[in-house]
Design a protein around this ligand. Sequence first.
Ligand code: IMP
Ligand code: MG
Length: 401
Amino acid sequence: MPLTVVVGAQWGDEGKGRIVDALAADAAAVARFQGGPNAGHTVYLGKEKFIFHLIPLGIFNPGALCCIGLGVALDPLILCQEIKDLERRGYSVISRILIDPRCHLITPDHIDRDRQMEAQRSEGKIGTTLRGIGPTFSDRASRTGIRLGAYIEKLERGDDVPFKGAFADACLCLKQYIGDVSLTLYRMLKQGKNVLAEGGQGTMLDLGLGTYPYVTASNTIAASAPMNLGLGPKSVDKVIAVMKAYTTRVGEGPFPTEISGGLAEQIRQTGDEYGATTGRPRRCGWFDGVVAKFAARVNGVDRWALTKLDVLDQLDTIKIAVAYQIEGEITEELPNNTIMLSRAQPIYREFPGWKRSTRAARKLQDLPPQTRAYLDFIEDFTGLGFQIVSIGYERKCMIML
Ligand code: IMP
Ligand code: MG
């Protein structure tokens, strides 16, 4: 810290929410910087399950101000609903949320357009979350978007606006939370306070560096955090990238280590790999070392957080891709071309399974030797160490290093 950026190293759903929740204990603020309600974060407090799409995962740490930065596409109906749900369940959000007025609004029109575009793509569909993300960011870039602060001003002046009713009411309900996130975070950092930037999606879904066009419409990498929070690039002190002990992907697009059949189904069931936003079954595959090395490089990762290691507990053999074979050539670098990536055949290294539960482990020494060999290999291969290893969905199921 002070400014720690937490990003996903794979195709999203790495468990960033849980990692942010754990780190937020020492943070004065937690800030979402990109994406929108396409994200779905699942967290458990005891047996109570919460799914958030827009609320930052600092919400369960009363000392953390939950910020929504200017780079977030905001659906006011969804955010208001999340706030109301939290209040109904006994969590007060008053003075806990700060939304930058520069956030672009996802309107009902954007959601319609997302649906229409996906329907028209038929064969080449992206498999978007249908939350209006692509059209909202394209309107922003076209300078035809609508910003939250400006819309509220219009509503209060009584100007004629295109979206009235529940949409307008939701915007007005957010008014009390509006404030300058850029300035607030700048001041906190100046005072030496800890701030966490919480990424949505993952590196391989980044608009520029991901598997274009099978990507999301925002930048998901660490460099996006200062820019989309309104901070300078030198404000970032540390980058933590979250990755699962295996890989998943929702939506279309290349996924070299994807597996199918009974083994994929076993991982899907054990890991509860169904989309938190769309309920879609996630595609499952082995850990991809080529992707991990790429994520380390393009994010400038300092440390890893590894999640869902326990999902592998009962497997006989576990694999890690260490290189790709593409059209006869062997490479350890991720191709910069989506078609080439779709032709990649992973070259695997195999590890014997440990065949026992790791959930009770609280330090590395508690893990079976086979599990530690798997972890050691990932550290050696990527050249980066772990900060957190998580072995279960409960808050306590974490090894902090
Ligand atoms: P969009 O972000 O809804 O436009 O969807 C573009 C692609 O990103 C699709 O493949 C989605 O499944 C994927 N995607 C978007 N958000 C998430 C997420 O939070 N987790 C995993 N995949 C996501
Ligand atoms: Mg998710």
